[in-house]
Design a protein around this ligand. Sequence first.
Ligand SMILES: C[S@@+](CC[C@H](N)C(=O)[O-])C[C@H]1O[C@@H](n2cnc3c(N)ncnc32)[C@H](O)[C@@H]1O
Length: 237
Amino acid sequence: MAGNDAGLLLFAWRGAVFRVADGVQPPKAGSLFFCRHLAARPGERVLEIGSGLGLAAVLLAKGGARVVATDIVPEAVALIRANAQVNGVDVDARLGDCYAPVEGERFDLICTNPPQMPTPPGRARNDPVAAADNGGVDGWEILDRVIHGAPGHLVAGGRLVFTIFAFLGKKPAFAKLEAAGLTPSIVASETQEFPRIAYERLDHIRALDPEATLGTGVPATVERFVIQGARGVSRDR
Ligand SMILES: C[S@@+](CC[C@H](N)C(=O)[O-])C[C@H]1O[C@@H](n2cnc3c(N)ncnc32)[C@H](O)[C@@H]1O
């Protein structure tokens, strides 16, 4: 009886409706910030890595982009498919780690609002909630792989767009993009409420914080960035 009596959580935004389900992170401030600064022209090929319930993927598909959305959590992939169907759009939802589901394919836009919460040693877990938040010891575990693989999955002139917390560091983000041959820029910044999980890891995060963004007291807010790495039109990588 309890299984049939759990209710149905829905999230409505920008003319679309999304089912929210256990094991898949519901949209947060970072998700909306990310979506607000994503743009794709009709017909462009888009890859979203770590799509969760498919918020960005569905909205981009509604705008006419041809979207592949991946996640490492099977429940998320099922939910992306369901949410695409509810909103009457096609999203090619695939299960797998980072670029594994799109081997040999190239995109105009690769985007991700990735798990990026620095995770103290010994605190990593292997469950869907952890998959949504944990970014390895320094927060860059997934992003490093996304950046490294981007040139091989972007068409000439394509772009990689992702979010970071300021405590991961703007300069490291730019250096990592430049090392991959991508031209970095900041698309947007926003001040958000300090995440609860970051309070639980404050000492660990403060010990990393390469640009000392957190100051010395207990932070109430965090700065967040949407960052782009553009692939040159003539570069052959
Ligand atoms: C911070 S959540 C973002 C979800 C959604 N895109 C949003 O903005 O609300 C990160 C997502 O990445 C997925 N994920 C974690 N590790 C991954 C990996 N190695 N490859 C693909 N997806 C991954 C998680 O399951 C989760 O759905």
